[in-house]
Design a protein around this ligand. Structure first.
Ligand code: LER
Ligand code: MN
Length: 272
């Protein structure tokens, strides 16, 4: 069964980004729960930003799970990536994500690597950057598996990364470097920019898709743009996707309305 999810950003230093909720954790959970969401995805400043037992208690109170945790704060707040030319920075990036894996594992939630992948920077060959990415993902995939959870790699659109931009290239990359224990995130906003046919790519890469980011063509909540969600939903059902469809969209026009729009769209496309 496909499950609904909304993102919560808990990083005060960031003033804007594609997250539905921006208030404190409990207020966000209460609202998501009142709308019938199954889970939330957390974007925290670090792995120790939340106290695990207290977070478990409040999740239990609102009957919500954590679908996944994001690691992007490592880049946004500290400039860490897996492909930085400086070995010390790459190692810090790996450490940051490894801690996030342990945090997520406390909730049985996988960790997402999106912006932490970085870019091929000036003075670095593409082959070298891909090698570093492969080494990082390979090591972290094993760490995740040792913690009993998956690691999720997210291809981003060309304006955010010059490494890999499509699901198909991601599958090829993971196969070439024989990276096991890493699955893919199909972010429908990035896919709208990069994929020739979103539904076809979902079908072609179905075995690898572990998580979906649910946003319209303009990254507003689904229903506010021009992506053809009937086709996307049909493809996800065809591959028997049974993970989360997680709203990583701008809180437009505000968090509450964005969450309401999202759950209406989720019910329209995914509730049988
Ligand atoms: C992260 O999930 C993502 O999609 C990036 O665009 C960071 O905002
Ligand atoms: Mn995303």
């Amino acid at each position: 069964m496909i499950k609904s999810c909304a993102t919560i950003a808990l990083v005060p230093a960031i003033k804007s980004g594609p997250w539905i909720y921006w208030d404190d954790l409990e207020k966000s959970l209460a609202h998501a729960s009142s709308l019938g969401f199954d889970a939330v995805e957390l974007f925290t400043a670090s792995a120790d930003a939340l106290e695990v037992e207290a977070t478990k208690a409040v999740l239990e109170k609102y009957k919500l799970s954590i679908a996944a945790v994001g690691s992007g704060a490592g880049k946004v707040l500290h400039g860490l990536t897996l492909t930085d030319p400086d070995k010390a920075i790459r190692e810090k990036a790996i450490g940051f994500i490894a801690n996030m894996i342990s945090f997520g594992a406390s909730f049985n939630a996988p960790t997402i690597i999106g912006s932490m992948q970085g870019n091929t920077l000036a003075g670095v060959s593409r082959d070298q950057a891909m090698q570093w990415l492969a080494e990082g993902l390979s090591y972290l995939g094993k760490r995740a598996a040792a913690n009993g959870i998956k690691l999720i790699y997210e291809p981003l659109n060309r304006y955010e990364s010059n490494l890999i931009n499509t699901l198909g290239e991601s599958v090829q990359f993971l196969n070439t470097f024989q990276i096991k224990q890493v699955g893919l995130l199909a972010d429908l906003f990035h896919m709208n920019i990069e994929e020739a046919d979103m539904a076809e790519s979902i079908r072609a890469c179905g075995d690898s898709i572990l998580h979906v980011h649910f946003a319209d063509s303009n990254r507003r909540p689904v229903g506010n743009g021009h992506t053809n969600f009937s086709e996307v939903a049909k493809a996800l059902k065809e591959i028997n996707y049974d993970g989360y469809v997680s709203a990583e969209a701008f809180a437009w026009p505000n968090p509450q309305a964005a969450a309401e729009q999202t759950i209406q769209s989720f019910n329209k496309y995914f509730k049988i």
